[in-house]
Design a protein around this ligand. Structure first.
Ligand SMILES: [Zn+2]
Length: 372
């Protein structure tokens, strides 16, 4: 089976009312673990690479590895997606490489700021109109190739932009009560009206929304007042619902949706790691969001934790071993376990054979018929 346009995978997920995990990859073991999990659970899947991943793997290696995966498991629909493309040029590079989907993240821009006498690059939110313009251009070009486009409106919290939902002291601004008056936090979350305008004006196939998630392993500064235990970030599911009501036909995307399981953090820390207390996005919150139109769920950190934990554990227990296969094999197994769990939890399990996959050429024709 050739690689499938992501739009089809998401449309089918909409029909079936389930979500699809989009897992980030950098190397062979991650790709193999994803495919073994997809095969075992009979799941369609989205494999995504960030600009950093493409740089690390020197572009061509990831493409060839994903091609190998598709060849090994011809019955599994796989979309190859560029995560956080920053320009038309980057998206074009991915399209040339054979990606069936690209994200253009026009929600942020780089600015130069001076800090302690040194010039530094910082990312700040980009004006809405500018985001529309950049995204629309990518849509125009990508659809000519049958390639799916994901855009983003709003600002994800955390390391992506420094505009998290925390105040200057690092305390979370969102409490359960605050959610009732979440208008207060509109600058940080995706505005439903803007989301609707953005989709109409750009023609994107999928929309990433800011609803309280953030990238990385440390997603929350909320602490239990008595136990001081780190509490999970608050996810504004009510906001997802409002966005979905306005654009029910558009698949929504949740970034930064690792659940950061405590047992994986514990393995790392018991085997010499020093990860501070943390909490991720609870699976139940993701499942709730899936009910309101979230179709693509980005997960990266969880597989990183699983891989690192397994390697640390193996090397701690077998200090005289030095063959990378000895520790990469349990690492691959540990990642596969995470992927299997997510595929079942998101609901994509069992759906690999539901439909006949389209090619990019089919999609090209469909776009021209839709006038896109
Ligand atoms: Zn992201």
């Amino acid at each position: 089976m050739p690689l499938v346009p992501m739009r089809q995978i998401l449309e089918e997920a909409t029909k079936g009312g389930y979500g699809v995990g989009a897992f980030n990859v950098n190397n062979m073991e991650q790709i193999q673990a994803i495919m073994e999990a997809a095969n075992e659970t009979n799941s369609p899947v989205i494999i995504q690479a960030s600009r950093g991943a493409l740089q690390y793997s020197r572009m061509i290696y990831l493409k060839k590895l994903i091609e190998a995966a598709v060849e090994e498991y011809p019955h599994i629909p796989v979309a190859m997606h560029l995560d956080h493309g920053d320009s038309l040029e980057t998206c074009m590079k991915a399209i040339d490489l054979g990606f069936t989907s690209v994200m253009i993240d026009g929600s942020l821009k780089d600015v130069e700021v001076e800090k302690d006498g040194k010039k530094k690059k910082e990312q700040v939110p980009r004006e809405f109109e500018e985001n529309v313009e950049i995204t629309r251009k990518v849509v125009e070009v990508a659809h000519k190739y049958g390639v799916t486009v994901e855009g983003e409106v709003g600002c994800l919290g955390g390391i992506e932009d420094g505009h998290g939902i925390e105040d200057k002291e690092g305390k979370s601004l969102l409490t359960e009560k605050d959610l009732e008056e979440e208008r207060k936090y509109s600058p940080f979350l995706t505005d439903p009206e803007e989301a609707e305008r953005f989709v109409k004006e750009t023609g994107v196939d999928a929309l990433a929304v800011a609803i309280g998630t953030s990238h990385g392993a440390f997603k929350s500064n909320r602490k239990h007042p008595v136990t001081k235990e780190v509490l999970p970030p608050i996810i504004a599911v009510s906001r997802v619902k409002k966005i979905h009501e306005r654009i029910p036909e558009v698949p929504l995307v949740m970034h930064g949706s690792s659940s950061v399981p405590q047992e994986l953090v514990d393995i790392i820390n018991e085997c010499g790691g020093e990860l501070k207390d943390t909490a991720g996005v609870p699976i139940e919150k993701i499942q709730e969001a899936i009910k309101y139109g979230v179709r693509k769920i980005n997960v990266d950190t969880d597989s990183r934790l699983a891989m690192t934990g397994a390697i640390r554990k193996y090397l701690k227990e077998n200090p005289s071993k030095f063959d990378p296969r000895d520790y990469l094999k349990p690492a691959r197994e540990a990642m596969k376990k995470v992927y299997v769990e997510r595929m079942i939890a998101f609901g994509q399990a069992g759906h690999a054979g539901d439909y006949k996959p389209l090619t990019l050429d089919d999609m090209k024709c469909l776009y021209s018929k839709m006038g896109k």
